[in-house]
Design a protein around this ligand. Structure first.
Ligand code: HEC
Ligand code: HEC
Length: 253
């Protein structure tokens, strides 16, 4: 909690707008160009046949091992491939974030192929002009319940884990909000709100303790428990005191 207060204070004091390096490559332009290039689509089809068709069907129409990718769009393919969530090694395997299985050129080809299957969301271009305070409010309202106020991640029940956001770059953040992977809902933020949220997540990533107030580094679940363990007795104490204070007044109106 002290960490959170410090964070809030830092936010108010600085009002920083996060600035990304202007030399950063533009993944959307690259992907659009790739989509237009038939040879890239063909290369993607080859990779797809070898690595994906067993589950998603020979033409991506879906199969017993995986859903149809028609209309999944470049955003979804890019998200699942760059975060290493795809390919699964066996049907029914849990989808987890891990290092990418393909290099950038292969991912571009696979993304172009999946995008060619049917119109779907494009890879979003997340501006670096996000406003930190606004991003903080949007994050608290829409993301913190699952990803933790500090972005450290959390178990959200039903066996699902809202992963920590320490490795999420702005494009990945944009893609996740558009497609809503796994148990995460999809959001429809305007460009500015998305930039604000990305700026705030970047701020969390750069904070000295990425977990915010980790309480001895034991993690978010224990943190929540400590909140209950300390907060609940405190609440009971306060209500007892309040009740005692009320009594004499009732007796002597
Ligand atoms: C062993 C089976 C398997 C293989 C191989 C596999 N997938 Fe998947 N894929 C799945 C399953 C199951 C899901 C649904 C996961 C979920 O619900 O979270 C999925 C989901 C996806 C999605 C999200 C679909 C959506 O609606 O947004 C994309 C994109 C995707 N896979 C792409 C690929 C690509 C590209 C490859 C090859 C490099 C691949 N997958 C290989 C089983 C597989
Ligand atoms: C209902 C819970 C829930 C909410 C609310 C939610 N998420 Fe998620 N989020 C998840 C889950 C679960 C995953 C992991 C999905 C998977 O691996 O299949 C995830 C994954 C992500 C990822 C991928 C991270 C990575 O590095 O692979 C990003 C980025 C993300 N969420 C951002 C957000 C943002 C931004 C918001 C608020 C606008 C948000 N999430 C709201 C549950 C949630």
């Amino acid at each position: 909690m002290a960490g959170l207060a410090a964070l809030g204070a830092a936010l108010l004091a600085t009002g920083v707008a996060w600035a990304v390096s202007p030399a950063a490559p533009d993944p959307q332009a690259a992907t659009n160009a790739a989509a237009a290039d038939q040879t890239v689509v063909d290369a993607g089809r080859g990779l797809f046949t070898a690595n994906c068709a067993a589950c998603h069907g020979p033409a991506g129409q879906g199969g017993s091992g995986g859903p149809s990718l028609v209309g999944a769009g470049a955003a979804s393919a890019d998200f699942y491939l760059r975060t290493g969530r795809m390919p699964l090694s066996a049907p029914g395997q849990r989808v987890v974030r891990q290092p990418a299985h393909f290099d950038d050129a292969e991912i571009q080809a696979l993304v172009a192929y999946v995008a060619s299957l049917g119109s779907g969301p494009a890879i979003p271009q997340v501006s670096s002009g996000g406003e930190l305070h606004q991003g903080w409010q949007l994050f608290q309202a829409n993301c913190a319940a699952c990803h933790n106020a500090t972005g450290a991640g959390n178990a959200i029940g039903g066996g699902y884990v809202a992963v920590g956001l320490g490795n999420a770059d702005p494009t990945t953040i944009g893609e996740a909000t558009i497609i809503g992977p796994g148990a995460m809902p999809a959001f429809a933020f305007d460009d500015q709100s998305l930039a604000d949220i990305a700026a705030y997540i970047r701020f969390l990533q750069d904070a000295p303790t990425p977990g915010g107030a980790p309480i001895g580094q034991v993690g978010p679940v224990a943190e929540g428990f400590i909140g209950v363990a300390i907060g609940l007795p405190l609440l009971i104490l306060v209500s007892l005191l309040a009740a005692r204070r009320g009594k004499p007044e009732e007796q002597n109106p």
